[in-house]
Write a protein of this length. Structure first.
Length: 374
């Protein structure tokens, strides 16, 4: 079995993050081709920083500055408190969700203090992470707790944002068996804002609730404050809709683009229509409602981005890295969308770990993911 996890040129964010987590947990070499985008490079460097070895971090930075394919040996992480300053908009969410698993395998509590932009289009924000990702991670036995000490949006100084992630791992990873999501229990549309964005977020919540109810979904709305360091009268707000089912949870987040008559929204990852600034809250609420309705009309237990994130602990669990005794277990779950990143990571995993990851379904369609020991 090889000890090198080789990535293609310009890998998708989910593939890069998953490969970093696996390389760090398994102690294998990560082979990639710089330059990476800003957030991707930050995630690689953050993984090296978990060791507390300054020389190793500098070696990783030097490797990322070179051209052509490079081999990166990430140092072994250590449990404890890690303070990281991140400048790219999506880095906070990516570091939190990817690096939690190698830290969780250490068997001792850890804490990530992440300074940076924690609300932006294309990445889950605080409420989406705390209301859905935390519950999904708990299915593998990882107890995570999030605290938002300072909200920062795209366009804000990164140092204004602070997210605290506390990890309390279980003695062993527990296998995930999630073929059926069960009946819908409740849907909550949560609007969070500073004082200047109160009216906009109210309009967005009301529109999302109205449209969901038109489709027969008994949704309720709720508004909560955001801890903004310096709002300066700028409208900062975020919309998060959460559907709780018997065996699963899915979230839809939407963040208005800074200073533009345009919005981004979508299940787990963002992406949506343009809207005029005067009707942006209603357009954002309508798109979030449409995205959530699309998920509820499908059959998968997890949406595409959530399935990408859950594939990593499934691989680690089935490989035996998270086990203390006995044979490694099998994991399986269904998804509303098979993605290219899922397929690529499933194909790479068996080259460095004793697992077989099979995906029944084509990219863009519903599918079932099965990860078993080899």
């Amino acid at each position: 079995m090889e000890r090198i996890l080789e990535l293609p040129e310009a890998p998708p964010a989910a593939l890069l993050d998953g490969a970093i987590a696996i390389a760090l947990a398994a102690g294998v070499t990560l082979r990639l081709e710089p330059p990476l985008d800003g957030a991707g490079a930050e995630v690689v460097q953050a993984a090296a920083m978990l060791s507390g070895d300054d020389a190793a971090v500098e070696a990783v930075r030097a490797a990322l500055a070179r051209r052509g394919r490079v081999d990166i040996d990430l140092p072994r992480p250590r449990p404890g408190v890690h303070s990281l300053s991140l400048r790219e908009p999506s880095s906070v969410a990516r570091v939190a969700t990817a690096l939690s698993w190698p830290l969780g395998l250490l068997g001792r509590p850890s804490e990530l203090r992440l300074r940076g932009i924690n609300h932006c289009a294309g990445a889950p924000g605080f409420h989406e992470l705390s209301l859905s990702w935390v519950l999904q991670a708990s299915a593998f036995g990882l107890r995570a707790r999030l605290e938002l000490r300072g909200a920062a949006f795209a366009g804000d100084p990164p140092e204004q944002g602070e997210l605290l992630l506390t990890l309390d791992p279980a003695p062993a990873l527990t296998p995930l068996h999630l073929a059926h999501r069960g009946l819908l229990r409740q849907v909550t549309v949560l609007g969070a804002s500073g004082s200047a964005g109160h009216d906009d977020v109210r309009r967005a919540v009301d529109e999302a609730v109205r449209l969901l109810r038109l489709h027969g979904v008994n949704a309720s709305g709720e508004r909560v404050p955001l801890p903004l360091v310096h709002s300066g009268g700028t409208r900062r707000w975020v919309l998060t809709a959460v559907a709780e089912l018997e065996n699963s949870v899915v979230s839809v987040s939407a963040v208005p683009a800074p200073g533009a008559a345009r919005l981004q929204a979508g299940i787990g990852a963002g992406g949506g229509p343009a809207a005029g600034s005067d009707r942006e809250p209603e357009a954002l609420g309508a798109h979030a409602a449409g995205a959530l309705n699309a998920f509820l009309s499908s059959r998968g237990a997890l949406d595409g981005p959530a399935a990408e994130r859950m594939l990593v602990p499934a691989i680690l669990c089935a490989s035996g890295l998270g086990a203390r005794a006995g044979p490694p277990p099998q994991c399986h779950f269904s998804t509303t969308e098979v993605t290219a990143a899922q397929v690529a990571l499933a194909a790479l995993a068996h080259t460095v770990l004793p697992v077989r990851a099979a995906i029944d379904g084509l990219p863009g369609e519903e599918g079932v993911v099965v990860v078993a020991p080899n």
